[in-house]
Design a protein around this ligand. Structure first.
Ligand code: PLP
Ligand code: LYS
Length: 417
């Protein structure tokens, strides 16, 4: 049985009724499935088998510490991009020596803390960052393990906002310039070269762009070997897509088989940084219908969830399936735009959806486990939603709904006149 399915006409997560969760915790609400997170993570590790590897879940996709903890218990490593993510991973029981530190703007204090706890590797994204890391490491009397994130200039064939491996993108170091920057890394104190890193974009449904990038990375590795620089690992980043609608993304198994076949006898340690493919289809977002607003040209269902809770539709025109929690309804079926209470025309979670709705009905926005809550904001002074983790027949509140008082607790009035 799939993780999110109708049982006796009610949508469930594992064995728990989502209608019961909406009643118990209120809406809007994020609900995650432990079994789904574990299944998606194991798709990577099972495919890698005894090949030397590290699967570093990309924390940015969903950083709730309960989610990180579930994955840490499976042996996951973590890909982080900030001090905040580092502290989350540590609080969740993640092991420092399985952390890779990515990101274009690492600050000295972030580097220092990461060196202090002993992260596995820094994915360095510019020459300037390389120099700073070297000096921070020397000051602390530590050694930083590094790989350079190279930009292979391949078209990931995904949405332009989530494409990262083209020359025009801010990420990484031009692969043609990489041999020179590696030579520089080899000459700087406090650094040890461990690998090569690349990440070309997100929500890729084809394997081809990954293999094109791999081809260029392997050519670079040969070039480095000729310079006397040997590397231990290839970090191929994240990016594997998921099914939101009718996409047919490659499976982790097929992707990894293709990578192994290409790397062949060299058996470099393989690092992956999957985010979306682990978390997206492990979560749903529940929202209640407040009002139906029927017009001659357009019907709106005004819901209590909004762009501040789930920004992907507004930001990328992303399509996510929206299902009623109750499979059967006597209400008339109509085409609705599902819009939130935020004062923006772009505040919608779905458009032109055929649904039978009545006030008070609860809907599930599917595939919301990745880049959902983590991108939420307090716009319009709306508290962020609560988060719940389902585990078999159990459910646990893993983040409380934000109270209104907390939203301005850090603000102060001017002194009185
Ligand atoms: C460096 C890096 N690694 C991993 C990821 C995770 O990507 P995804 O969620 O597409 O697997 C991202 C985000 O795209 C990233 O920028
Ligand atoms: N936030 C994006 C993905 C960004 C990937 C981060 N490197 C999304 O929802 O699709």
């Amino acid at each position: 049985m799939s993780i999110f399915s109708y049982q006796n006409g009610v949508l469930h997560a594992e064995q728990v009724s989502l209608a019961a969760l909406a009643e118990h915790y209120g809406t809007p609400l994020y609900v995650y499935s432990r079994a789904a997170l574990e299944q998606h993570f194991r798709a990577y590790t099972d495919a890698l088998g005894d090949w030397p590897h590290l699967v570093c879940y990309a924390v940015k996709a969903n950083s709730n510490i309960a989610v990180l903890n579930v994955l840490a218990r499976q042996g996951a490593g973590f890909d982080i991009v900030s001090l905040g993510e580092l502290e989350r991973v540590l609080a969740a029981g993640g092991e420092p020596h399985k952390i890779v530190f990515s990101g274009v703007g690492k600050q000295a204090a972030e580097m220092a803390r990461a060196l202090d706890v002993g992260v596995y590797c820094f994915n360095v994204e510019s020459e300037a960052e390389l120099e700073r890391l070297s000096s921070v490491a020397v000051q602390l009397g530590k050694t930083a393990h590094i790989s350079l994130r190279v930009n292979p200039d391949v078209d990931a064939q995904t949405h332009p906002y989530i494409s990262t491996g083209l020359k025009e993108n801010k990420f990484g170091i031009d692969i043609n310039d990489a041999p020179r920057v590696y030579a520089k890394a080899a000459s700087l104190p406090g650094l040890v070269i461990k690998g090569v890193d690349c990440h070309i974009g997100s929500q890729l449904t084809e394997i081809r762009p990954f293999l094109d990038a791999l081809e260029r990375v392997l050519a670079l590795v040969d070039n480095l070997a000729a310079q006397g620089i040997s590397i231990e690992h290839l970090d191929l980043g994240g990016g594997l897509g998921v099914q939101y609608r009718d996409e047919q993304p490659a499976s982790a198994g097929d992707y990894i088989a293709a990578v192994k076949a290409r790397v062949g006898e060299r058996r470099f340690k393989l690092i992956f940084e999957p985010g979306r493919s682990i978390a997206a289809n492990a979560g749903v977002f529940l929202t209640r219908v407040e009002y139906l607003k029927l017009n001659e040209h357009k019907n709106f269902a005004i819901i209590d969830g909004a762009m501040n809770d789930l920004i992907r539709p507004a930001l990328y025109s992303a399509w996510q399936d929206i299902r009623p929690l109750q499979q059967h309804s006597d209400a008339p079926r109509r085409s609705y735009d599902l819009v939130g209470p935020v004062c923006e025309t772009g505040d919608f979670l779905g458009k032109n959806r055929e649904l039978a709705l009545a006030e008070g009905d609860v809907l599930a926005v599917m595939s919301a486990g990745a880049y959902g809550f983590v991108m939420a904001s307090n716009y319009n002074t709306r508290g962020r939603a609560a988060e719940v983790m389902v585990d078999g027949a159990q459910h646990h509140l893993v983040r409380e709904r934000e109270s209104i008082a907390s939203l301005f607790a850090n603000e102060t009035l001017l002194p009185s006149d």
